[in-house]
Design a protein around this ligand. Structure first.
Ligand code: PNW
Length: 456
């Protein structure tokens, strides 16, 4: 069942990590099993009208109950690494206080199962599912949550720190802050720009303090944070559109990159926030700018800024994914070059890249040519940035399998493995077969460069 999409020819280094990614809430299900507490996403999904198909994460991919088979599935892809997140309310149901041994044991089995199969576990502490009990006391808007997160990170590092290859503090603080607290379309569904700005600051602060605390406790695993980044281009060359693009770039990229790598917030965005700027205490920016071992980048699309009428996706003629996101691989090269030019970055890891596309299911096979082309083009774009000197050390496809796509419910499919939500049967799509063949080809390129006969 071969795909005819050509394999990228760039030879990636031998220690480059190829992987697939998921997050706890999107795949696990078992929302109240074995002592798990509710998260803000469990609560948010019950609000009428917020999830496109009215669904929730109660069952999802039943990954919690299908762990062993899913581990074999991951191994069958031939990847080096698997990126997953821990559901904080599964291991510490109220966010503080007692730990839940049954929940902790699940992640023991996951991590040990990966290591037994020769796959590096890349652990994310926070992929958005904050314990509901902490939202009740103010959530990320409350500075006390910062210390709760540091305590949680210390517990996780103590339990798993010797058995994982990387620890990420937060996944996409922009999404949690802006979509969760300003647009209100993600949990916890708040609409208040000042609160969103304070949340973003507390997320960054808790990242820095958690990294410091875990290292002080003797954890030597590589640590970093994951940002969702895009280059922002003006819709036209007009002064107004260019000013708008600068502002949007400040809100999406510089608001996070400047404090992490320059130890200061961008002045234009502080000015733009005015009275809504966050409370920042002395020492906060020192903590946020703690050196990290890698920067994770989730890249899906470029962003187009318009000062007038909202820009219409697709009007440039670029193809769109099922999310309505433009497909434009050169923007990934451009983004990586810009980050390496403007910031003293550690090695970059592409922690998510992929797309929602239609699947054609024929005779038990799932054809997803558009996704395969998307992956091929973006992997080549990473290779091009590396050829121009950008340090990139890994690439993870989003996602291992179709899953709960947040406010879009189950209708949008990002998996390279198809999930039948009636039977829970997993079927690798053509893109999964293509990815495995690409990884085998990379191994062959390495072997031939070393003069090792591969037998093919
Ligand atoms: C990321 N946006 O979310 C997340 O890390 C994943 O959990 C998610 O499934 C994936 O991308 C695909 O959506 C994002 O609107 C959600 O800009 C929305 C945006 C960006 C990232």
């Amino acid at each position: 069942f071969a795909s005819h999409v050509p394999l990228p020819t760039h030879r990636f280094p031998a220690d480059f990590r190829w992987g697939v990614a998921t997050s706890a809430f999107q795949i696990e299900g078992a929302a109240d099993v074995d002592g798990k507490g509710p998260s803000i996403w469990d609560t948010f999904c019950r609000r009428p009208g917020v999830i496109a198909d009215g669904s929730d994460g109660t069952v999802a991919c039943e990954h919690y109950h299908r762990l062993d088979a899913d581990l074999d599935l991951i191994a069958s892809l031939g990847v080096d690494a698997y990126r997953f997140s821990i559901a904080w309310p599964r291991v510490r149901p109220t966010g503080a206080g007692d730990w839940n041994e049954a929940g902790l044991a699940f992640y023991d089995r996951l991590i040990d199962g990966l290591n037994a199969r020769g796959i590096q576990p890349h652990l994310t502490l926070n992929h958005w599912d904050l314990p509901e009990a902490l939202q009740a006391t103010g959530g990320w808007a409350d500075r006390a949550t910062v210390q709760r997160f540091v305590d949680y990170a210390l517990g996780i590092a103590a339990r798993y720190g010797r058995r994982v290859a990387a620890i990420t503090t937060h996944n996409e603080p922009w999404v949690m802050a802006v979509l969760g607290h300003e647009a209100g379309i993600f949990a916890p569904g708040i609409r208040d720009r000042a609160i969103a700005a304070q949340v973003a600051h507390h997320l960054l602060l808790s990242h820095g303090l958690a990294v410091r605390a875990m290292r002080a406790a003797g954890c030597s695993v590589p640590m970093g944070i994951v940002l969702n980044l895009s280059p922002t281009v003006p819709a036209t060359d007009s002064a107004a559109d260019r000013a708008r693009a600068l502002l949007e770039d400040g809100r999406l990229l510089r608001w996070y990159m400047d404090p992490l790598f320059h130890g200061r917030y961008p002045v234009d965005i502080l000015d733009d926030l005015g009275e809504q700027a966050p409370v920042i205490e002395p020492g906060d920016l020192d903590a946020i700018s703690v050196p990290i071992d890698f920067l994770g980048i989730n890249y899906y699309t470029r962003s187009v800024a318009s000062a007038g009428a909202p820009w219409v996706p697709g009007s440039s003629g670029l193809p769109l994914t099922d999310m309505g996101w433009e497909v434009h691989a050169p923007s990934l090269t451009e983004l990586l070059l810009r980050l390496a030019r403007d910031y003293p970055v550690p090695p970059l890891t592409i922690t998510e890249n992929g797309g929602a596309f239609p699947d054609a299911c024929i005779d038990g096979r799932v054809a997803d040519h558009d996704r395969t082309e998307y992956l091929a083009g973006h992997i080549a774009a990473v290779g091009e940035a590396m050829r121009q000197g950008v340090p990139v050390n890994g690439y993870f496809v989003w996602s291992l399998m179709d899953n709960f796509e947040w406010a879009s419910g189950y209708a949008k499919r990002f998996g390279i493995v198809h999930v039948d939500y009636t039977t829970q049967v997993r079927t690798p799509k053509a893109s999964a077969h293509w990815y495995r063949r690409f990884l085998q080809h990379q191994q062959a390129l390495r072997a031939s460069a070393l003069g090792i006969p591969t037998g093919d």
